[in-house]
Design a protein around this ligand. Sequence first.
Ligand code: PLP
Length: 400
Amino acid sequence: MTSTHAISGNVAQLKESATIAVSQRARALKAEGRQIIDLGAGEPDFDTPAFIKRAAQRAIDEGATKYTAVEGILPLRQAIADIANEHNRCEKVTPSNVVVTTGSKQALFNACFALFGEDDEVLIPTPAWTSYYEMVNLARASAIEVRAAASNGFKVTADDLERYATDETRGVMLNSPCNPTGSVYTAGELSDLVRLAAERNWWVISDEIYQRIAYDGPATGLLSVARNRERIIVIDGMAKAFAMTGWRIGWAIANTAVAKTLTALQSHTTSNATTVAQHAALEGLRNRVEAEAAIAGMVSEYRRRRDAALEVLRANDGPGVIEPDGAFYLFIDVQDTNPTAEDAGSVFATRLLEEYGVAVVPGVAFQTPGWIRLSYAAAQDAVVEGVKRIVACRRKMMGT
Ligand code: PLP
């Protein structure tokens, strides 16, 4: 007899998101009345800029409450294409290359599902965002972790990718600025990776969701270094730079045939991204003056917090850390607090939460045990206090 709890092979390997597990425990402690400094969430603490919210209100009043084209409204796809073309060395991007999705997460999932399948291998420079591995596995392909040196911010080189490549390799997932390390690839580094991928006919999925949260100007996007975008899918969205996580607007830029496939896939699952949110996103992308001012304000605040956090670590002979050039994370090495533990990061994160009231994400969520990820998308006082407690917790665990 079949168990009523039997689940399909489609999801047999699926793991609960480790980032969510930590925030649930932090929430439970808060509900018990504990004061918790939450540096776990990968979400801007800023409100969505007012000019974008006003556009959404106007859109509702004007009746933007019905279905749109599955791939998104034309003016939004045009605005996305226009921005992409500002630094594009490849064939011009047109609205037919753009599919608007329910967050960049959906664009990433749909791209993996559409491009990869059984027996395919997909290279993932690791540490990487937790969902890449699951998305590749949900497509029944194998996620291959590519490891590079921590001393280079875990950034991979073409040689690193070659070392892990096989005849089954079909693609590579790039993410610059990177979650969880905050590392940013230079144009030269990216063009080496793209050249190898082109030679091998691999798909490249480039997740550029943190592109505008970078401390030396916007990070290099793939279209500005590639010569041909036939096998490149650029993923981006409104969530991070525009502080619009809850609006759920992302997109994929792909060749026309792939864009059509992504649209067909979406037509049978979720249809269009929320109509009002599309109009809000359109204003965010079209009103350049307001947008640049809002983003610059948030990025300079993230920079202050990053600098303050690194200062505390340096002044206290703190743990090893990747000094980030983008995104809003500090990736911290805590292996020395428990040298023989298989997952020192989780042991540390649990102790930090239970005894010191600070929530961070264990590195195992990014396939890198022995590390923790701190998000500095939180008030500066909280970030600085959180880092001080990390230093104290580490000292206690090391008996120093
Ligand atoms: N890509 C990376 C690297 C992320 O860190 C996140 C969110 O944390 C996403 C994509 C998903 O963003 P969205 O809210 O647009 O789905």
